[in-house]
Write a protein that binds this ligand. Structure first.
Ligand code: 5GP
Length: 125
């Protein structure tokens, strides 16, 4: 693993079942659940079950099976939410990392935001 992992972070506790969550989908390698403070009508977090800190940590250190499963779950959730631009209004995915990315929870997660116009990608610093 490229990064030191803090197993007391809130998502590690969710994965261990110590804190409840509103699960959208669960597989052997991946958990998707609703964000506790939604920023849009649909706000789902997708996380690997493995101990990865950031997107780059996951991309470099996870197994092929974990990486494939993560993206399949993501795709299935877009279908479930009906937000694919194919037949819905679209979505945004975000993964904050580290200090400049203002990452609050040090377990890799990807936000899926949808259900309203989301504005431009970034606010001015
Ligand atoms: P970050 O800023 O690290 O990218 O995002 C962390 C996200 O986790 C935030 O959107 C926050 O609302 C969410 N969050 C924090 N604690 C909990 C929790 O206990 N349960 C759930 N479902 N989401 C949480």
């Amino acid at each position: 693993m490229a990064y030191a992992y803090d197993d007391q972070n809130i998502f590690a506790k969710i994965l261990r079942g110590e804190i409840p969550n509103n699960t959208v989908k669960e597989t052997d390698h991946t958990l998707a659940f609703k964000d506790i403070h939604p920023q849009a009508p649909d706000h789902v977090l997708v996380i690997p079950k493995g101990s990865y800190v950031t997107a780059d940590d996951f991309a470099l250190s996870a197994s092929d099976a974990e990486i494939i499963d993560f993206w399949r779950v993501f795709g299935e959730i877009c279908t479930k939410l009906g937000v694919s631009p194919d037949n819905g209004n679209g979505y945004r995915i975000i993964s904050n990392a580290g200090e400049d990315g203002v990452q609050e929870v040090p377990h890799f997660h990807m936000h899926i935001l949808a259900g309203r116009p989301l504005g431009r990608m970034l606010q001015p610093a």
